[in-house]
Design a protein around this ligand. Sequence first.
Ligand SMILES: Cc1cc2nc3c(=O)[nH]c(=O)nc-3n(C[C@H](O)[C@H](O)[C@H](O)COP(=O)(O)OP(=O)(O)OC[C@H]3O[C@@H](n4cnc5c(N)ncnc54)[C@H](O)[C@@H]3O)c2cc1C
Length: 588
Amino acid sequence: MSYPIRKFDAVIVGAGGAGLRAALQLSEAGCKVAVLSKVFPTRSHTVAAQGGVGAALANMGEDSWHWHMYDTVKGSDWLGDQDAIEFMCREAPKSVIELEHFGMPFDRNDNGSVYQRPFGGHMQNFGAGPPSQRSCCAADRTGHAMLHTLYQRNVRSNTHFFVEWMALDLIRDESGQAIGVTAMEMETGEVVIFHSKAVLFATGGAGRVYASSTNAFINTGDGLGIVSRAGIPLEDMEFWQFHPTGVSGAGVLITEGVRGEGGYLLNKDGERFMERYAPNAKDLASRDVVARAMATEIKDGRGCGDESDHVLLKLDHLGEDLIESKLPGIREIAKKFANVDPVKDPIPVVPTCHYMMGGIPTNYRGEVVAPNGDDKEAIVPGLFAAGECACASVHGANRLGTNSLTDLLVFGKSSGNSTVEFLKQNVTHKDLPRDAGELTRERLERLNNQTNGESVAEVGAALRQTMQKNCGVFRFPDLLVNGVAEIQEVEQRVMRTEIGDKSKVFNTARIEALELDNLIEVAMASLVSAEARKESRGAHDRADYAERDDQNWLKHSLWFKEENRLDYKPVHMDPLTAETIEPKVRTY
Ligand SMILES: Cc1cc2nc3c(=O)[nH]c(=O)nc-3n(C[C@H](O)[C@H](O)[C@H](O)COP(=O)(O)OP(=O)(O)OC[C@H]3O[C@@H](n4cnc5c(N)ncnc54)[C@H](O)[C@@H]3O)c2cc1C
């Protein structure tokens, strides 16, 4: 029995900021595009972005894309590809103004220009300071405004949405070209083959590999699992960003915009400890730096509360008016999840898993690249990726706040344009291989026929604990080795999961089991890559190799599912037009 087939020019998996921005390019170019999403588009995680989108508009002081580029390279701890970073920082102002013209309700200055707030790691004068006001925002609901704007624009251009459809596996023909996906309609449980000429992944992050995360429950790294099962490597998966300010106990995010507006962190002695760790940038140092400072304060017994397990974020001095106008969502979150009103009391916060710097390897045009013979970056025909699931790589070893939304706009558009170009050259559908859909059928049958298996919830919890314990803010050699062994055991358990309910209609148990198949690839890639990288760089901080080692490790990791093997490729040190920003010691 073969699955029913639906034909489109292109399939986009994911309807967050990146997927919607890419879809717009395709729809407006007259391509027949299907956009698949596990949730209604405006419920994608982009909706939760609070702080803003980075672009050197210079509305509130001097700024330039070149300074933005410098900060991003430095923020990445020199692991970011400088061609992609230049491209993003140069395009950012245009992308934001374009979004403004789409109707995005940005906050305004008195003269009508877009309001911009300072954010961690964004400075004037090539890092010398003072902080630059670069984050364009709509109060503390920037992602919400952006996602709705992009969705409406897609409705206007008749993009075809498949809502509550989950993509399961990639289909490639004999030459390796991506020619479709299998996907399940959640409402009916039916599987369909989407047969296309090109496939674009925009499936977002995978923060749900950690027990404590700011990410939505749907952020399970599906795009990464899917491509790794199809033989494509995952890049730089050891680099996970811990956001300094997740609400203690709950994990819900308190935007860095709070510190941008003048809030700061305190330890149990009431000390503004960031002054010791980053004398210049203080609370606005890069995220990895602030998260490590907080973890160190807690580890050294200067944490707050009965368990000494968090620090405090103070913002009452900003006054109720500013909090209500610029940070209303934060006040709501603090009341609901921390039981404090930040107008009066500080918010208890801890570093929480927030963002995946690694992902599906692409170039700055959004084309997926993978090793082929001597070529470490051969283009995989018909396959594109953008947004958090992709690794262009602009964030390198550590992302600066506001640069993800910029990434979505710039690379959503460039990957959409590349897909349009590809479709012009490839006008007919390639034949489906005879075994199209076979992998999906095997996975579903295994799940339906499993007896004496394990519960998905329990195996999922084991996976998250393994990552949390062994691959956190600080990394220790014994824990990394243990972590690799433990995750291999978890992998065996994932292959034996069983669902009690075998019904078809809206069976969320089956969906969660299928998501676990993707989480395990992400976790395995992360632990194996982290154990192998013998240096400290950006978010990867090893106790046994405390320094960055450019001699041996200024290179990107590539993890292959097959044989659980690693390869490496050089970092692009040459920008497109600017001069190389040479590596130096990173201080704030
Ligand atoms: C709480 C929070 C606040 C943030 N604040 C900021 C900020 O202020 N500034 C900033 O720059 N960055 C911020 N970030 C990061 C940024 O928001 C994300 O990196 C970005 O929104 C990801 O966008 P995306 O389009 O790649 O994916 P998402 O918005 O996560 O969308 C993923 C899409 O893929 C779909 N999908 C996934 N798997 C499948 C599948 N198997 N089949 C079908 N569809 C699938 C989902 O349904 C969804 O539509 C924040 C992140 C969080 C969690």
